[in-house]
Design a protein around this ligand. Structure first.
Ligand code: ZN
Length: 192
């Protein structure tokens, strides 16, 4: 790449970075943070597929993108409906919405990898997940959809589904990693 282009690119990137950082902070401010009790609650099945639901899905897609996430559950916005959005890893970076999702197949093969969560900032903790899953549900228009997922996307979908049942990564990690995560999450005492 020519030098001039590089400089332009860097400047643009710096400007974007500052803007993106600001957008990320704004998005995270709208996402419920541990130990918000709503994160522990069971979400209810969605019964009505209307414009309100579609607006919620659009809001979740844009918050997820702004927060640099790969998935976001409605519970994380304090909305107790069985719904999440996630990056399918398919072409065009499709961000799919899954309403009333159910895992219908799960491989016996599992994998342990570090997971983070937009509701537990600063925590990265090892979680065991099925390597491959089939997950079914509806999209925001009420149409039946199913996805065969593996590796990262399978992990994301299992993580988001957990949110709908009030389950967090600290519940699925080792006792030692859990202690470490809780120490990170403990509110700092500010004196003065
Ligand atoms: Zn999460």
């Amino acid at each position: 790449m020519p030098a001039v282009g590089e400089i332009e690119g860097q400047i643009r990137e710096q400007e974007l970075d500052a803007e993106r950082q600001a957008r990320r902070r704004l998005a995270l401010a709208q996402i419920r943070q541990y130990p918000d009790p709503v994160l522990r609650m069971q979400a209810k099945p969605v019964e009505v597929f209307d414009d309100e639901l579609r607006r919620l899905v659009e809001r979740m897609r844009s918050l997820m993108a702004d927060a640099s996430g790969v998935g976001l559950a409605a519970t994380q916005l304090g909305i107790l409906q069985r719904l999440f959005v996630f990056d399918t890893g398919e072409d065009d970076d499709e961000v799919a919405a899954l309403v009333n999702p159910v895992i219908t197949q799960r491989s016996d093969d599992v994998d342990v990898d570090d997971e983070g969560c937009l509701s537990l900032q600063g925590v990265l903790t090892p979680v065991e997940r099925a390597l491959r899953i089939r997950i079914e549900g509806r999209n925001e228009r009420g149409e039946n959809v199913s996805y065969e997922l593996e590796d990262t996307t399978a992990r994301t979908a299992q993580h988001e589904l957990d949110h709908l049942d009030g389950v967090l990564i600290i519940d699925r990690t080792t006792p030692e990693a859990r202690r470490e995560a809780l120490a990170t999450l403990r509110p700092r005492v500010v004196l003065g």
